[in-house]
Each structure stands twice: as C-alpha cells, then as structure tokens.
Write a protein that binds this ligand. Structure first.
Ligand code: PLP
Length: 470
C-alpha cells in the first residue's frame, strides 16, 4: 500500500525530477509545438483506478515523459494560434512557489502574502494601462470570468438605476437588460451575459459592414431610443480575428450621454497601452465603467489568470460577498470581489513578472510583438502568393494563402485544409478564422520569446503546405 504519509520523503525527489525535466524543456523552447505521437501518448494514460498506487516517483516520471509527448507547446515562441502567451522566467518560478505554499487567496487571514500581492498587482496593472488609480478589481481565471465579474457589476448598477438590488432580488419582474455592441464582441462576453441571466439575445448589434465594424450612428440612434433608460454598451479593445478596435472614446461619450454602462473587453488589446506606438488604439478606456484583460495572454503569466477592473468596485462586493458565521471580518477580501471564494494565489506570478521586468520590460515585450506583426504584414503584402485581408493595427495579422488562378470557394477550401495540416505538421501552430466571409490565417503575437525568424517559419510552413495541397 502506498499511503502518502508513509511516502512523505518522495516530495523532494519528485520535485527534482520536475526541475531536471525543466532544464531540458526550457532549452528546447523551439521544439515541435505538437509531436506526431501526441494523441497516442495522451491515450496511453487511460486505465482503471489502481488499487495499489505506483508511488510518486514512478508516476511523475511517466507524467513527464508521456505528458510532454502529449502536450502542446503553447507557451513556446512558435505558437500563434488563438491568443496564448507563455510564462516569463519570473512568472514561472513564482507560480511554482505559489503551488509550493498552496495559499487560499480568499482574504488576508487566509494568506497575507496573496492578499498583499493581489492588491499590489492590481494597482500596478492600473498604472501600466494608465487607468484611474481609484478603480478596484479582482484577479480571475481569465477574460471569460473577468467579463462575467465586470458585467455582474454592470448588472448590479443597472438594477440600482431602477431601485432594485439584483444581487438580492434577482431579475424577475424587471424588463430585459438592453445591451449594445459591434460585431467585434467576443463570444465570452456573450457567454457572460448568458451566465448572468441577461441572455445572449438581449444584444443589439450595430454593425457597419460584414467584418462587424461598429456603426457609430446606429449605436447613437439605438441608445437615444432608450430615452434615458439604463443600458449596457460592450466595446472591444482588440478583437480576435484581426486585432481591430472599436472607437472607445466615442462609445464612452455616447454611454455617458445616454445613461449607459460602458464595458471594455481588452483581453489582449489593453496591452496596446503599454507602448506609445499603439496607445491611441485604446484611447478612452479610462472613461469606461469596467475594463478587463487577460494575464495568460500578453502578460505572459501561466494559466490561468485574468483581471477585471471596475470604476466603482463596491458593486463587485455587492454581488460577490457572502456572509457566514465561520467567515469573520473578511468583508474586504478578494474572495468577496469575484465568483470564487477559495482561489489560487495567481497574484504571485503577476506581481513577480511586473516586479522583474517593470514598465520598460513590458514595453519592450509588447513592441517586439508589434514588430513581428508588422514584419509579417510587410512580407504578406509584398508576396505574390499571400494576401493581407485587413490592416493589422496591433499584433494579429489576418491573411490568406493565395496562389494565382483560384476562385473564392477554392481559396477558402485550400486555406481551411492548410489550417488543418499545419496543426498536424506541428512545427508551428496557427489557426484560421473567417474575415468578411473568407477563410484566413490570423497569427497572434503575444509570446515574450517569439523572434522574427519564428514568424518567418510560420509563413514558410503556410506556403509549403499550401504548395503541397494546392
Ligand atoms: C481570449 C479572449 C477572451 C476569453 O479569455 P479567456 O482567458 O480564454 O477566458 C475574451 N475576450 C477576448 C477579446 C479574448 O481575446
């Protein structure tokens, strides 16, 4: 029998196995993003619950070997799919430490270090993004839950405008919550509306064209038709297909004039504020009522991490606080500002990476990504067999492989097939989308380690597979 208590001495040798593995893993940052045998390696884990355990060392050895074969190197510099960052050295080490000390970051009494560093991290992030220092917030598992938390505050505000405490009384008896946005809105903001009882169909889209760009006049008319009744406006600072921005300043002015709450989803695009080259894209976010972003994207801290900021943070507490006789004088803890009560200490990695690299380090990181996106844009634009489908204002480049002589339907089919082949190929990872109806690649540059050579390899792989499949 292997009772953990009788095997307490396994802890250090097990950690040494991981550290030894880390040496090789980090040196091999440009190894395959996906190995050819990844699926079999993953399936090889399947078995019945053992009666007799194998012991920690044997299990950890197997996990390191087969787990690495079955993993996706999404934290590496050749990963361009979705929007996924890596982990800076400081963030990685701090997160290991967070697991070692296994804190519950619900409040000061459960962990002074986690509470202190969450407070400091949120302040530093407000500073990095030049948002008002009086705003409050909370660290979440990602942008989905950050959208959820911020929109819960919006819902609370919306109820209060009508004399109703939605956290207490619910939405029953109230009219539908009017929500207005462009076609750039992220699906997780809609999911948040679903979770909040507002509903996905509460949304009115004000789109100027088939890419989803905002029709500002349509938004103005839609808000005016509310006659001053409270509403919610969702703005995107960086949409996922081509890194486009809604006109946030203009939306803020309309929201202010029409008694609407402005929520900005800047899951990665808020980092435009970290460089003077791109800060104008997100101008006006400081006039919003809530703004969210992700940690596991451009901040390059490990999964999972996001953050929500609210102009009036007391709204978060109204929704998320709980009272119970065993929870004393904790009214101020972070477990009362977001959906989870018990939470991991994700602040340690956030604080460590910001402390280690500072404002200038983050500016350099962001600008390297901007340079890579600009490089890919130039190469695509000057190549005969690539086509740029949208301007790339930030870090996402929307393009397709376009050999001469193919019609639209054939181009869509070819690009979709390259998209499937490139994931199996595994040298790089890059995903496809549809932009204005056309199948397109949309590499996103957020990894701290990606170089121009990595970006070139991505283009080469698309072209090579395109030639083979075309
Ligand atoms: C990634 C993303 C989200 C969702 O973030 P998660 O961290 O996956 O929950 C929301 N909005 C935008 C714009 C995103 O890019």
């Amino acid at each position: 029998m292997t009772d953990p208590l009788s095997a307490v001495d396994d802890a250090i040798p097990s950690l040494e196995l991981v550290l030894e593995h880390a040496r090789r893993y980090l040196e091999d940052a440009r190894g395959p993003v996906r190995r050819r045998d990844a699926d079999e390696a993953a399936r090889s884990f399947a078995r019945a619950l053992p009666d007799e355990g194998d012991g920690a060392l044997s299990v950890i050895r197997g996990l390191l070997e087969r787990g690495t074969r079955a993993h996706i190197r999404s934290g590496g510099p050749r990963f361009f799919h979705w929007v996924i960052g890596g982990s800076t050295p400081a963030a990685l080490a701090a997160d290991w430490f967070a697991v070692l000390i296994d804190q519950n970051a619900g409040g000061w009494d459960s962990s002074p270090i986690a509470a202190q560093l969450e407070d400091l991290s949120l302040r530093w992030l407000l500073d990095l993004f030049r948002l008002p220092a009086e705003w409050g917030g909370v660290l979440t598992t990602g942008a989905t839950m950050a959208n959820f938390s911020a929109l819960a505050a919006a819902r609370q505000w919306w109820g209060e405008q009508q004399g109703v405490d939605v956290a207490g009384e619910g939405l029953a008896g109230l009219p539908p919550v009017p929500v207005f946005t462009s076609g750039f809105v992220h699906v997780t903001a809609l999911k948040a509306l679903a979770m909040l009882g507002i509903g996905r169909s509460a949304v009115t889209y004000c789109c100027a064209d088939e890419t989803g760009r905002l029709d500002l006049g349509a938004l103005e008319r839609a808000l005016a038709s509310q006659g001053g009744r409270p509403a919610i406006v969702l703005a995107s600072a960086g949409e996922v297909n081509a890194g486009q921005f809604d006109p946030i300043s203009e939306m803020a002015a309309l929201a202010r004039d029409n008694n609407a709450w402005l929520h900005v989803d800047g899951a990665f695009g808020l980092f435009a504020r970290a460089s003077p080259r791109t800060e104008a894209l997100a101008e006006g976010v400081d006039q919003a009522d809530s703004v969210i972003s992700d940690g596991h994207k451009w901040l390059n801290v490990p999964h999972d991490c996001g953050f929500a900021f609210v102009r009036d943070p007391s709204l978060l507490t109204k929704v998320f606080s709980v009272s119970a006789s065993y929870l004393t004088e904790e009214e101020d803890g972070y477990g009362f500002r977001g959906p989870e009560l018990s939470r991991r200490a994700r602040s340690l990695a956030v604080w460590a990476t910001l402390a280690a690299y500072g404002r200038t380090g983050y500016r350099a990181l962001v600008e390297r990504c901007l340079d890579n996106a600009a490089h890919v844009t130039r190469v695509v634009d000057s190549a005969d067999d690539f086509e740029l489908l949208a301007p790339a204002p930030l870090n996402v480049v929307c393009f397709r492989y376009r050999p001469a002589g193919l019609g639209e339907a054939d181009l869509d089919e070819l690009n979709a097939r390259i998209g499937q082949a490139i994931l199996r190929d595994g040298r790089v990872y890059v995903g496809t989308t549809r932009w204005g109806g056309r199948v397109a690649f949309r590499p996103a540059f957020v990894n701290w380690q990606t170089t121009t050579a990595d970006a070139d390899l991505m283009l080469e792989a698309v072209r090579e597979l395109g030639q083979a499949l075309g």
